[in-house]
Design a binder for this molecule. Structure first.
Ligand SMILES: Nc1ncnc2c1ncn2[C@@H]1O[C@H](COP(=O)(O)OP(=O)(O)O)[C@@H](O)[C@H]1O
Ligand SMILES: Cc1ncc(COP(=O)(O)O)c(N)n1
Length: 266
């Protein structure tokens, strides 16, 4: 008998396969954890953008929670695109009922092509009620600005944002630097103990970055399920995302998908 860590992604499906639940499952499979899915919505989407969205309703989200948690031994969960207040309410209710040991909240707001994946009202609910449940929240620069209500213009405002987002209730905060500028992409991690660590990688000059945030947060979720600490996980998470971006696969147009077959131990 082989025991494999079990995780769940609570997010939306991307019809083109590159982001959302699709990216999560590929990352989980790559990292050898078994993943269940709780679908918050379907998207008609490709690498040019999102053409249509069909959110699932609250009852159906809760039904999926009951199905998954009454059977699998879930040790870590992550959330992705949650669309609107009904979906966020369902997810909060489900998480409060089943209390997974580790919870990563990726506050997905806008797709790479510019489509809105979260309403303003839903953002408020996430800030008020979902973040206090999170072990880690992983905003990109724009998402961090929306959460705090002020712009990140320099290192100082970035550090303030980390602390202000932690005050909303998330134990640990990772602000990702993919949308920044300069030769390096720097991610900032604020831990519960108040320490800040930075993780740098070479900025890869490509627009084929569909699903980078999903892939990074899934990688972290997989390794939390394995019992590793965020400090142990982050250097490998950055190496994995850099490999997945740089070993380009030519699929679709525009913001093409990542290579989820990479192995950073090769
Ligand atoms: N062009 C890039 N080169 C290297 N790493 C990148 C690049 N873009 C994003 N990343 C990495 O991918 C992860 C996701 O970052 P980001 O793109 O900011 O998030 P999101 O997909 O949520 O907008 C981060 O760890 C970031 O450092
Ligand atoms: C269903 C779904 N979930 C999340 C994203 C964000 O992905 P990206 O990393 O490209 O911004 C997306 N485009 N679609």
């Amino acid at each position: 008998m082989i025991t494999i860590p079990q995780v769940v992604t609570i997010a939306g499906i991307d019809s083109s396969g590159g982001a959302g639940i699709n990216a999560d499952m590929k990352t989980f499979h790559n990292q050898k954890v078994c993943s269940a899915t709780i679908v918050t919505g379907l998207t008609a989407q490709n690498n040019y953008g999102v053409q249509k969205i069909l959110p699932t309703n609250k009852d159906f989200i809760l039904a999926q929670f009951d199905s998954v948690f009454s059977d699998l031994e879930i040790s870590a969960a992550k959330t992705g695109a949650l669309f609107d207040t009904a979906q966020v309410e369902g997810v909060i209710q489900g998480l409060k009922k089943y209390k997974p040991k580790h919870l990563v909240v990726d506050p997905v707001m806008v797709a790479k092509g510019g489509a809105i994946l979260l309403t303003k009202e839903a953002i408020d609910l996430i800030k008020d009620e979902l973040l206090p449940l999170a072990e880690l929240v992983t905003p990109n620069l724009e998402e961090a600005e929306v959460m705090t209500g002020y712009q990140i213009t320099d290192e100082n405002s970035l550090l303030n944002s980390l602390h202000d987002i932690q005050k909303l209730g998330a134990k640990n905060v990772l602000i990702k630097g993919g949308h920044g500028q300069g030769e390096l992409v720097r991610d900032y991690l604020l831990l519960t103990d108040g320490s800040v660590s930075t993780y740098d990688s070479k900025r890869l000059l490509t627009e084929r970055t569909h699903g980078t945030g999903d892939t990074l947060s899934s990688y972290i979720t997989a390794h939390l399920a394995m019992g590793e600490s965020l400090r142990e996980i982050m250097p490998n998470a950055k190496a994995f995302i850099s490999e997945a971006i740089s070993k380009t696969i030519m699929v679709g147009h525009g913001h093409g998908p990542l290579n989820h077959w990479v192995n950073i131990n090769d």
